[in-house]
Design a protein around this ligand. Structure first.
Ligand code: WQD
Length: 337
C-alpha cells in the first residue's frame, strides 16, 4: 500500500516505518523535525535496505499537505505527528491544542478529499484518565489530568465523528500504553528534548552518567511495593501493531489497546534494568508527581482476537535495548549533552 506517515522520524513513527518497509509498503514520511532528527531517515534505510520519501512538512500546514496528497495516491495515512510532553502541555496548553487538533483535522480533511481509505491514529492510554485497570476498549474515558491527554481524547472524537459522516473511511485508534526500548540495531530509539519526562529515558541517562540519580515519584501508592504500575511495551512490538491494523482490512471504527497486559512497578523496572545491564541506578524516593495514577495496564484481548497481534518481547528485552541505544548514542546526536 502507499502510505503517508506523519511524524515518521519520531520515536514510534520511525520504528513503525521499519516494520512497514519490511512488509513491502511504499512510504512517504512527513515530519517537522521538532522532536526528531533528519538522520533517522538514513538509519531507516540502513536497517531495512529500502527507500522511503521524506519531506520536511509541518502537519498543521494544510496547503503543503494538500499539494503532497494531490501528487500521490495514498491508500492510508498513519498519523503520529503530535506534541507529547505532559508537563509542557500544562504550561503551554494552546500550543498543544493548536498543533495536535489542527494536524488531526487536516489529516481527516485530506483523507476525505483524496479518498484515502484508512486512517490510523496514535492515541494513548491516557484517554482512560484515572480509571480502573485493566482498561478495556469499553472502559469509560474519564477526565484527563493534562492538556496533552485531552488532545488525544479530542482527536479520537474528531476522527470518530468524521468516520460516521464518511462511512467508507476505515479508522483505527490505537491506544498505546507505555512504549519503551529501542531497535536492536541501536540506530533508532528515543532522544528526549531536554530533561526526560519519562521513566526509561531518565534511567538510561542516569546509567550513562548524564544525570546523577533517578527520582521515583512516590512509594505510597496502593500497589505491592508502593510505586506506580504501568504496562510497558517494547516499541518494536508496538510498531508491528500498526502493520497488523493496516493489513487487517477491517472497516468502520476500530479501537485497540496496544500493551502487554502486564503491569510492572517502577522499582521492578529499575531492578530489571540493573540486573540485565549490570549497572547500578542510584535513586531517591520523592513525592508523587501531580496527575500520575497508581496503576495502568491494558486488557489486550481485543487486538489479539481481531488483529492477531500480541506483544512478544519481554521486559528484559526492553531494558536491554533501551540501554544499547543510549550507550551508542554519539554526543552530536544528543542536543542535550
Ligand atoms: C511511568 C512511571 C511515574 C519518571 C506518560 C503519558 C502517556 C504517554 C507516556 C507520552 C510513573 C514514574 C517517571 C521519573 C518516576 N505519552 N516515574 N520517575 O506517566 O505513565 O505516561 O508517558 O508520550 O500518555 O502520560 O509514563 O514514563 O512518565 O512514568 O518515578 O523520573 O514512572 O510516576 O509511575 P506515564 P512515565
Amino acid at each position: 500500500m502507499k502510505i503517508l506517515v506523519t511524524g515518521g522520524l519520531g520515536y514510534i513513527g520511525s520504528h513503525a516505518i521499519v516494520q512497514l518497509l519490511i512488509s513491502n509498503h511504499e512510504i512517504t514520511i512527513i515530519d517537522n523535525l521538532s522532536n526528531s532528527q533528519k538522520e533517522t531517515h538514513k538509519k531507516i534505510k540502513d536497517i531495512t535496505g529500502k527507500n522511503s520519501d521524506f519531506y520536511k512538512i509541518d502537519t498543521t500546514n494544510y496547503a503543503k499537505l494538500d499539494n503532497l496528497c494531490e501528487k500521490h495516491n495514498f491508500d492510508a495515512v498513519i498519523h503520529f505527528a503530535g506534541y507529547k510532553a505532559v508537563g509542557e502541555s500544562i504550561n503551554e496548553p494552546l500550543k498543544y491544542y493548536f498543533n495536535n487538533l489542527l494536524s488531526t483535522i487536516n489529516i481527516a480533511k485530506l483523507a476525505i478529499k483524496y479518498d484515502i481509505n484508512t486512517i490510523i491514529f496514535s492515541s494513548s492510554a491516557t484517554v482512560y484518565g484515572n480509571g480502573e485497570s485493566p482498561f478495556t476498549e469499553k472502559s469509560p474515558l474519564l477526565e484527563r489530568t493534562n492538556p496533552y491527554g485531552e488532545t488525544k481524547a479530542m482527536c479520537e472524537r474528531i476522527l470518530i465523528d468524521t468516520q460516521k459522516a464518511y462511512p467508507n473511511l476505515s479508522l483505527f485508534l490505537l491506544r498505546y500504553f507505555n512504549p519503551i526500548g529501542a531497535h536492536k540495531s541501536g540506530l533508532l530509539g528515543e532522544i528526549p528534548n531536554g530533561i526526560p519526562n519519562n521513566l526509561v529515558p531518565y534511567i538510561t541517562q542516569v546509567a550513562k552518567g548524564k544525570r546523577e540519580k533517578l527520582q521515583i515519584y512516590g512509594n505510597d501508592y496502593n500497589t505491592p511495593d508502593g510505586t506506580g504500575i504501568r504496562d510497558y511495551i517494547h516499541v518494536v512490538d508496538l510498531a508491528k501493531g500498526h502493520v497488523s491494523a493496516l493489513e487487517s482490512n477491517r472497516t468502520g471504527i476500530n479501537i485497540y489497546n496496544l500493551g502487554t497486559g502486564k503491569g510492572t512497578s517502577v522499582l521492578e523496572l529499575v531492578n530489571a534494568f540493573e540486573k540485565v545491564n549490570n549497572i547500578k541506578i542510584p535513586f531517591e524516593i520523592v513525592s508523587r508527581r501531580p496527575g500520575d495514577i497508581a496503576v495502568s495496564y491494558a486488557d489486550v484481548s481485543k487486538a489479539k482476537r481481531e488483529l492477531g497481534w500480541e506483544a512478544k518481547l519481554t521486559l528484559e528485552d526492553m531494558v536491554e535495548d533501551a540501554w544499547n541505544f543510549e550507550k551508542n548514542l554519539k554526543k552530536e546526536e544528543n542536543k542535550n549533552d
